[in-house]
Design a protein around this ligand. Sequence first.
Ligand SMILES: NC(=O)c1ccc[n+]([C@@H]2O[C@H](COP(=O)([O-])OP(=O)(O)OC[C@H]3O[C@@H](n4cnc5c(N)ncnc54)[C@H](O)[C@@H]3O)[C@@H](O)[C@H]2O)c1
Ligand SMILES: N[C@H](CO)Cc1c[nH]c[nH+]1
Ligand SMILES: [Zn+2]
Length: 427
Amino acid sequence: MIPIFTVEKFTANFTSRKTKKQPFDAEVLQTVQEVIENVSTRGDEALKEYTEKFDGGVPGNWEVTAEERKQAWEQVSPEIIEALKKAAGNIRSFHSKQLQQSRMMELSDDIIAGQLFRPIARVGIYVPGGKACYPSTVLMNAIPAVLAGVSEIIMVTPSRGGQEIAPILSVAADIAGVHKIYKIGGSQAIAALAYGTETIEPVDKIVGPGNAYVAAAKSLVFGDVGIDMIAGPSEVAIIADETANPAFIAADLLAQAEHDEKARAFLFTTSERILEETIVEVEKQCAQLPRKDIASVSLKNEGAAVVVDSIEEAFALSNALAPEHLEIQVENALAQLSKVKNAGSVFIGNYTPEPVGDYFAGPNHVLPTVGTARFSSGLSVDDFIKKTTYVSYSEKALRNAAPYIEAIAEEEQLSGHARAVKVRVNK
Ligand SMILES: NC(=O)c1ccc[n+]([C@@H]2O[C@H](COP(=O)([O-])OP(=O)(O)OC[C@H]3O[C@@H](n4cnc5c(N)ncnc54)[C@H](O)[C@@H]3O)[C@@H](O)[C@H]2O)c1
Ligand SMILES: N[C@H](CO)Cc1c[nH]c[nH+]1
Ligand SMILES: [Zn+2]
């Protein structure tokens, strides 16, 4: 079910810039361009049309009302509420360590400089809902925003066929501190958040994962609003040696593959035996999964297993791929951490399967995909903060700096810049 690749073929197919998977194709981009154009110009009317077309029905009211949010608590079991609260506590505790204070520095006796850290005012969070329901993504998106001090957190998630959203999403939103929930999804929701409609106020930044349509929409509205990253279909790469357990590896490959037909799962192993036994395990375990159809398509079309000569070669492949999740299932796994150059989040040792991070441990599960971990990072408190720098010079400090500033300004042929200094020091 999972195709076997040589190192050369894997490199050519998955890590070369020219052949590398793109988060969305031209057809998706064209559809999304049209959706954005229409929602930004025709507002609610277009939002309704696209919701009818792509989600199969329009909900009675866009916004989840206060009454609906209250009632949701009665529809979710106490065990699940407890699990969500416990997970939220871990996520809050991990992310609270990311908070930074504004800082003022005395660069010398008469020069002050610093950075003001200010929260973004209005943030939209996308919670996917086409193929699965993600209360965990509500927590991951909203908790860092609350910690950063965002004053309005607006969540969007698709309603299927015009029905109400799952009550657990509303409960998770309450636990995390979401202010408003709209029952809209896909590119039409991203357009509504970016440009506003008669009923939805525009936001300053949009964060959160989603399918190809959501990823394309986020990339198109970027500039008019901020975005966090392109967090598309889920990915995992597993580096395994002779000491790994094929049943564990197979379970972890399938855990990501079941998200989406476009999800990607990779195995890099130094052991032929591990590869063979993992292939058998994948067949066996996949047959037992309710979402076996999605998982098998994903593994067959998007997955790859590679036998490598050494752990170093496995890390070279993984670093070139820059996977969303990297699992290290080798002897002395923690000691290998220094070999990681590009990855969204790392899971170390045989007893840290990736779902520990999806739901519970504390680090964020909204992570860069399709190689973007080469230059971007998982969602964090920083995504919700703007950093404004400032400086203050005394007259004496400006006099000391004047010759240098004037020299550079004249070299750039910007005499007006030089004059703004001269006029003060040549009095
Ligand atoms: N990277 C992460 O942090 C992370 C976390 C959770 C989920 N995910 C990924 O997010 C994705 C969620 O995808 P999903 O589909 O379940 O939910 P989704 O909410 O992202 O997408 C569903 C929406 O897409 C739109 N859509 C569907 N088909 C369309 C079409 N033909 N034309 C225009 N619009 C269309 C619809 O409006 C629908 O509401 C999965 O790939 C999953 O792996 C990633
Ligand atoms: N693995 C997903 C990120 O790629 C996150 C998630 C949410 N629920 C389950 N898994
Ligand atoms: Zn997952």
